[in-house]
Design a protein around this ligand. Structure first.
Ligand SMILES: [Zn+2]
Length: 310
């Protein structure tokens, strides 16, 4: 099976825990990921809510530079994707198509020009907030009901001009609708399951889900226990079924949150995706649909998003 996963925090763990990406005890390493028939992976730089300003900018840069070091050290295993040619070349040569993301707009340090620097380092996605408040807006656990700040609105416009996709996972509801009203291009919710199945502040209401897919964007199913309700394959299927009932078959993917969320020990890590695929196959999901969810929806989305790079 082919896998294209929209979200993991593995880079942060590699830097902070001094692990190598090639082989480690984390949820993701190159050895296990490259077992799939094709592997696309969004590697996000997670920004904790305890770091702000220049310190946030510098920490983000340091972790992004680590991604480039890994690519230099593993040229036969990774391609950092800047454009659609890189994406295709990664899959043709059976390397990990590595898309870089930043999880938390605090990494901008309140400066719009940071978006250009990130773009130069290959960042293609910015999650506007983590759970708390930052210069752009308020996360879903911040306790603040206000929408995006002016800097948040300006950041979205600048991201779009730099061909960076805004990600609304973690954002509060008022901020979410501000993004919908501001963005002129597709947006994503990289790791957010359905509030219609399990009510949690991180999950998307049916209206939010429809609004994201109406932009032509993607929503990623997370494996995070708190958001799923129950961390079982059956529960993952319930979230998928609900989104599919809202016409999500061309806009639904996985954003597993490997190395960001705890997993049951017997799931191990990225290798569990093979088991989830098998589980859904046995539940009579057609292979065509499974390939859309596990790979093709992401592939089509990013190929188009990267082709628009100009
Ligand atoms: Zn997250």
């Amino acid at each position: 099976m082919r896998l294209f996963d929209m979200h993991c925090d593995t880079l942060y763990e590699c830097v902070m825990g001094e692990h190598e990406l090639s082989e480690n005890s984390l949820h993701i390493d190159l050895k296990r990921g490259l077992e799939f028939d094709a592997w696309g992976q969004v590697f996000a730089v997670w920004m904790p809510d305890t770091i702000r300003g220049e310190a946030a900018r510098q920490q983000c840069r340091r972790i992004l530079e680590r991604a480039h070091t890994e690519a230099v050290n593993n040229p036969d295993k990774i391609i950092i994707v800047y454009n659609s040619e890189d994406l295709d070349s990664a899959f043709k040569s059976r390397r990990c198509a590595t898309i870089l993301a930043v999880e938390g707009g605090s990494a901008l340090g309140g400066r719009l020009e940071t978006i250009d620097i990130m773009s130069g380092l290959g960042v293609k996605i910015i999650t506007l907030t983590w759970n708390g408040a930052n210069e752009l807006g308020n996360g879903c656990l911040s306790g603040n009901k206000a929408g995006l700040t002016k800097f948040g609105i300006d950041s979205i416009k600048k991201m779009e001009s730099a061909n960076i996709v805004p990600d609304v996972s973690h954002l509060n509801e008022a901020g979410f609708w501000d993004v919908i009203h501001t963005a002129n291009r597709p947006i994503i919710a990289s790791h957010s399951v359905s509030a219609g199945v399990f009510n949690h502040p991180r999950n998307l209401t049916d209206e939010q889900f429809k609004a994201v897919i109406n932009t032509g964007g993607l929503v990623g199913i997370t494996l995070c226990c708190d958001q799923l309700g129950k961390q079982t394959f059956e529960c993952i299927q319930r979230h998928i079924e609900h989104y599919l009932s809202l016409d999500g078959s061309n806009n639904l993917a996985f954003g597993c949150d490997f190395d960001g969320a705890d997993l049951p020990a017997d799931w191990g890590g990225i290798q569990v995706m093979e088991d989830i695929y098998e589980y859904l196959y046995r539940k009579n999901y057609e292979e065509y649909l499974l390939d859309r969810l596990f790979f093709s929806n992401c592939y089509d989305f990013y190929r188009t998003a990267l082709t628009n790079a100009g």
